[in-house]
Design a binder for this molecule. Structure first.
Ligand code: NDP
Length: 689
């Protein structure tokens, strides 16, 4: 055996065991030829954990959310430049170009998405504020609110064989953004793809020391050594998840995403000939053939109206015959590759046997060694490869337990007929919790019935109709913006998508203190904290000079009835509360005619702006606008504007400034509160007079 042992990336350098005796041999999915060996004999797991907890925590902790987000984008760009190499390597694991779109491009897309979400939705700091301020004393000197700070340990990420890149990056990106170092353990059969992209990142020089380590092989003692502040993110089989969870301390956050028996429902309205029917069958074909059906989100149960069952089978047969070329992904024109290994193929066939024993009939495909297109372009058997034709298995009794329990993790789906929508809903929930269910229907009543009856059994639901049939990302494609994970059999998690995936790597803590203290702790000005209104107008200050608490206090302006009428005529807003004294007085909220709220907000801008060209570049919106006290003719208003939050944009010459705006009347009552959002230059030189 001359095949080299796959390297691990430990403590910021590459490592292979000195004595890899007993290493597992990994083979090419299409030919069975050995390609690498996997062993971690002699690995010092304690040192790996220690490196993450010390060096990784220190380097990531030195960065703000935005700096980490920028690094994620640079990593995505570095991987994009070398993605052809990753496509090429992935063919060895049986991936076609389309399969690599979900694994390679999907993985890179996760990095881009978290980068942009991080810069838009997180502050440029290290503390994330959650929810509103709670005033805990009458005089406003004691406040409370919730903050998130990062966990102090290491994120251990154990991945399945089917997505060696996307599956790992969907865990790594949120951990990195939160500031928690990762130890990644890929699955043995495709660990070499993970090694390749980690090597590219290491070569790029973008990885802060200790932020990412890769263990290419077994991880003896790793889980048992985890403690409070550490996390485990697992993807794989439910059995392994159960075993691993039991070996981890209850103090450790353990999330699992496991195999589930996902359903796809054809609505009763989506009969043959409708665009919804076509979209349904096409999606079913894609799910059966992409990654040879080795997807945790793939459709395992096609739930269709009994009257449409034959039409679905025929339409699927026609599509598969026209569009599917099974073979070695290195051959021209191949659209469906092999399973990852012969062992996995045997497993799938065993599970198909269980479905058949329970009464399932093969409606499409068979279990024979298929004729495939080989790498040299010839067609014939490839007994060293793990090829299997797509299989559709029909059940006369759709409640057969095996159809809802047994997962054949390959190009296999069951066809289950239903009579009523309520019956379809019942069938969906028999899966015991799924990652995703899709529904093809143009009838909102059907969609609503299925949503309300089955959403609690699903992590995600996709409704397919003629309007989104072309634009839909598809049943089997989780997106990094949304929940990925599901209840029950799907693992019970939802922490693989969206900002909740970042917050999962952080701890929420209630913080109580004075306005000045909360301002100092959070970097956000809190009402009641010190503010500075003397000196130059804050609109004259570029970001380099502006400080939170910088304030402008305006003079008063009196509201006359004529102003209200002018504003009404000018804008066309002649609502009776502004124009009709009797009607306004009859309204329970107004003493009589009152000023438009928008008049007050417009006047407030006129009262607080400094009009000359300066570092304030644009006003891009208002948030949380509330009109609290009506303003009558003769009242006087004034505004206080205080710099509340300053967020420099890492990649631009300007940043965002959020201002606290408070309009009060002559009795000091609050008239309106809101935040003004502006873009302000980082530096500014006044023009020569
Ligand atoms: P496994 O559950 O066997 O393995 C998943 C991951 O866990 C792999 O990285 C594996 O590493 C690792 N692992 C196994 N034992 C340990 C351990 N004691 N300590 C630490 N890590 C461990 O899943 P497979 O990938 O082998 O696939 C088997 C079945 O799982 C499939 O047939 C399918 O049913 C399901 N599956 C579900 C997926 C999903 O996305 N939800 C994806 C893939 C598979 P190693 O490979 O080195 O053993």
């Amino acid at each position: 055996m001359t095949t080299e042992v796959l390297a691990s990336y430990l403590r910021d350098s590459w490592w292979t065991p000195a004595d890899p005796a007993g290493a597992a041999v990994v083979v090419d999915a299409s030919t069975g030829a050995p390609i690498t060996r996997v062993s971690t004999a002699g690995i010092d797991m304690a040192a790996v954990l220690d490196h993450a907890r010390t060096v990784g925590q220190r380097t990531l902790g030195a960065l703000t959310f935005h700096q980490r987000a920028v690094l994620l984008k640079q990593m995505a760009t570095a991987l994009t430049e070398r993605k052809e190499e990753l496509y090429e390597l992935s063919t060895t694991a049986g991936s076609t170009r389309r399969d690599s779109l979900s694994d390679v491009d999907g993985g890179i897309g996760v990095l881009f998405t978290y980068s942009s979400k991080g810069r838009r939705e997180l502050p440029d700091g290290r503390v994330y504020l959650d929810g509103p301020i709670e005033t805990l004393s009458k005089d406003g000197t004691f406040l409370g609110r919730h903050v998130y700070t990062r966990l102090t340990g290491v994120a251990v990420q154990i991945n399945a064989f089917n997505f060696p890149m996307w599956g790992a990056l969907e865990k790594f990106a949120p951990a990195f953004l939160a500031g928690v170092p990762s130890v990644i353990k890929p699955a043995t059969p495709t660990g070499y793809v993970a090694e390749a992209w980690v090597r590219m990142l290491a070569d790029s020089g973008l990885l802060p020391d200790g932020a990412l380590q890769l263990v290419s092989g077994p991880v003896p003692g790793l889980l048992e050594a985890l403690r409070l502040g550490d996390l485990v993110g697992f993807t794989g089989s439910a059995d392994t998840a159960r075993r691993l969870r039991a070996s981890v301390s209850p103090d450790v956050r353990f999330t699992s995403e496991t195999d589930s028996i996902n359903a796809s429902v054809l609505g009763p309205d989506a009969v043959a000939g409708t665009p919804e029917f076509d979209a349904y069958v096409k999606q079913l074909m894609v799910e059966l053939t992409t990654k040879a059906g080795q997807k945790c989100t793939a459709i395992r149960r096609a739930i269709v109206p009994a009257a449409e069952a034959d039409a679905v089978v025929e339409a699927l047969r026609t599509l598969l015959e026209a569009r599917t070329v099974l073979g070695d992904p290195r051959a021209e024109g191949v659209t469906m590759g092999p399973l990852v290994s012969r062992g996995q193929r045997d497993e799938v066939i065993r599970h198909v046997g269980l479905l058949q024993d329970a009464g399932g009939r093969l409606l499409l495909g068979d279990l024979a060694e298929p004729q495939v297109r080989r790498a040299d372009g010839t067609t014939g058997a490839a007994p060293g490869g793990a090829f299997l034709a797509p299989l559709l298995i029909g059940f006369d009794d759709p409640t057969t337990a095996a159809a809802h329990d047994v997962e054949a993790f390959g190009p296999v789906a069951s066809l289950l007929p239903y009579a009523t929508v309520a019956e379809a809903a019942d069938l969906i929930t028999r899966g015991g919790g799924s990652l995703v269910t899709s529904v093809a229907t143009g009838d909102p009543a059907v969609a609503l019935e299925l949503l309300t009856a089955t959403a609690a059994s699903n992590g995600r639901m996709l409704f397919l109709d003629r309007a989104d049939a072309r634009s839909s990302t598809g049943h089997g494609a989780p997106v990094p913006h949304l929940v990925h994970g599901g209840p029950g059999r799907a693992g019970g998690g939802e922490e693989l998508g969206g900002m909740r995936a970042v917050l999962h790597h952080m701890q929420r803590t209630a913080v109580q203190g004075s306005p000045d203290m909360l301002t100092a702790l959070t970097g956000v000005w809190h009402t009641g904290a010190e503010a500075a209104s003397a000196g130059i107008h804050p609109f004259r200050k570029p970001l380099s000079d502006l400080r939170i608490g910088d304030r402008v206090d305006s003079p008063e302006r009196e509201v006359a009835l004529a102003d209200i009428e002018t504003f009404a005529r000018f804008t066309g807003d002649t609502f009776y509360a502004h124009m009709d004294e009797t009607a306004a007085a009859a309204n329970p909220f107004f003493p009589g005619r009152v000023a438009h709220g928008y008049l007050l907000v417009s006047w407030a801008a006129g009262l607080f702006v400094d009009p000359d060209p300066g570092p304030v570049l644009a006003n891009y919106g208002l948030e949380d606008l509330r009109f609290v006290t009506p303003v009558s003719p003769g009242d006087r208003i004034r505004v206080t504007l205080t710099a509340k939050q300053i967020t420099p944009r890492e990649t631009d010459d300007y940043g965002e400034v959020r201002w606290d705006a408070l309009i009060r009347n002559q009795r000091d009552e609050t008239v309106a509160t809101y935040d003004v959002l502006t873009l302000v230059a980082k530096t500014w030189e006044a023009a020569e007079p």
